[in-house]
Design a protein around this ligand. Structure first.
Ligand code: GUN
Length: 291
C-alpha cells in the first residue's frame, strides 16, 4: 500500500512555483497577486483562507485578504467583485464558499472576470474544462489529478467511482476522469444522495474519489482489494482530547480501508494541501496570461 502524500507533493509544487517567482523577480517582472474574499465568520472558511494567504507568502506572491461582514448584501459583494475585476494589480481572486444565505452564489460566481477566476468556478471556465479547452481547473480536482500524475497511478480503462456531485469537487472530478489523456480515460460512475445500492457500485470500483463530507462513510466491506482511494472529506469532528477541540476526519475509514488499498490519501495531509498548491499554480498561470 502506497500513501499518496499530498503534503510532500504540495511542498514540491510550492518550491517549483517559488523558483519561478524568483526568476520573475530577477527579471524585474511583477509577481502574481492573489486576492481572497471571505464573507462572514465561519471558522473553517477563515482557516482555509488563512492557509491560502500564508501559502502566497511562502512562494513570494502578493496576497490580499478581503473580509466582509456576515450581513453583507449581494450588491455590496458584486461591487467588491467589480472592483477586483478592474484592479490591474490583482491577477486572480477567489470568493471563499459557502456564502451567507442572503447572497446568490451562482450570481456572484458569474460576476468574476473569467480571466481572473483562479477557482475555475465561472460557467465559461467550467464549460471549457468540460470541452477539453485550456482553462483554470478547480483547485481540488486539479490537485487530485496532479497527485495521481506524480505517483504515476494508471487511470486508463479503470472504473472510477466518484461519491458526491458538488460543483467544487464531485461534478468536475467526474468530467476530468473521463476526459481523454492522463490522468483520465476512466469509465466514470457519479454517485450521490439518490444512488441506490452504493456498496454494489463501490465494491466494483478500481478508483474511488469520495467527496461526501460524512466521516468514516467508506468502510473496508465496501471496497475491493487493491482499490485506489482518494479521500476529499474534511469534516471537523468534536474531540475533547485534541487541543483545538476537534479533529479533521475524512470520508474513509482509513485504518481498515488502507489494509485493502493499493494507493490511499490520508486525512489530513492528502488532498487538502494539494488544493492550495494548485490554487497557487492557477494564480501563476493567470499572471503569465496577463503578461
Ligand atoms: N470552499 C470549499 N472549497 C473551496 C474552494 O476550493 N474554493 C472556494 N472559493 N471556496 C471553497
Amino acid at each position: 500500500m502506497v500513501i499518496l502524500d499530498g503534503k510532500k507533493v504540495s511542498n514540491d509544487i510550492k518550491n517549483e512555483i517559488k523558483q519561478q517567482v524568483d526568476k520573475m523577480k530577477g527579471k524585474g517582472e511583477k509577481v502574481p497577486h492573489l486576492a481572497a474574499v471571505i464573507v462572514g465568520n465561519d471558522g473553517a472558511s477563515l482557516t482555509y483562507v488563512g492557509s491560502k494567504v500564508r501559502a502566497c507568502e511562502r512562494v513570494g506572491f502578493e496576497s490580499t485578504m478581503v473580509r466582509m461582514s456576515n450581513t453583507t448584501s449581494e450588491i455590496e459583494l458584486l461591487d467588491k467583485i467589480e472592483e477586483l475585476n478592474q484592479n490591474d494589480d490583482i491577477d486572480g481572486f477567489i470568493i471563499q464558499l459557502p456564502l451567507p444565505p442572503q447572497i446568490n452564489t451562482q450570481k456572484v460566481l458569474m460576476a468574476v472576470d473569467p480571466s481572473k477566476d483562479v477557482d475555475g468556478f465561472h460557467p465559461e471556465n467550467f464549460g471549457k474544462m468540460a470541452l477539453d479547452m485550456s482553462t483554470f481547473i478547480p483547485a481540488t480536482p486539479f490537485g487530485i489529478l496532479e497527485l495521481l500524475d506524480r505517483y504515476g497511478v494508471e487511470t486508463k480503462g479503470k472504473h472510477t467511482v466518484v461519491i458526491g456531485r458538488s460543483h467544487i469537487v464531485g461534478r468536475p472530478m467526474s468530467i476530468l476522469m473521463g476526459r481523454k489523456g492522463f490522468p483520465g480515460n476512466s469509465t466514470v460512475t457519479l454517485t450521490h444522495s439518490h444512488t441506490k445500492n452504493i456498496t454494489q457500485i463501490t465494491s466494483q470500483a478500481d478508483i474511488i474519489i469520495s467527496a461526501l463530507g460524512v466521516p468514516n462513510f467508506l468502510k473496508a466491506e465496501m471496497v475491493k482489494d487493491d482499490v485506489i482511494i482518494i479521500d476529499v472529506g474534511i469534516t471537523r469532528v468534536p474531540d475533547d482530547s485534541s487541543p483545538k477541540g476537534y479533529i479533521i476526519t475524512g470520508d474513509v475509514d482509513f485504518t481498515n480501508v488502507s489494509k485493502k488499498a493499493s494507493y490511499i490519501t490520508p486525512v489530513p495531509g492528502g488532498v487538502g494541501p494539494m488544493t492550495i498548491a494548485m490554487l497557487l499554480k492557477n494564480t501563476l498561470l493567470a499572471r503569465e496570461q496577463r503578461m
